[in-house]
Design a binder for this molecule. Structure first.
Ligand SMILES: [Zn+2]
Length: 48
């Protein structure tokens, strides 16, 4: 089961695709959006 890499207890929902055809996800707890490849997260750094 996918869990949010940021808040670690959020539910991950699919959130469409990027321009590069990768699946995009969003955490429904902290609203963080990120992408994933086959074996690792691509986690954009949050703006402070
Ligand atoms: Zn989260």
């Amino acid at each position: 089961m996918l869990t949010c890499p940021d808040c670690t207890n959020g539910k991950i929902i699919m959130y469409g695709h990027t321009h590069y055809g990768r699946q995009r996800y969003q955490c429904n707890n902290c609203q963080w959006q990120f992408m994933a490849t086959n074996d690792y997260w691509i986690a954009p750094k949050r703006e402070s």
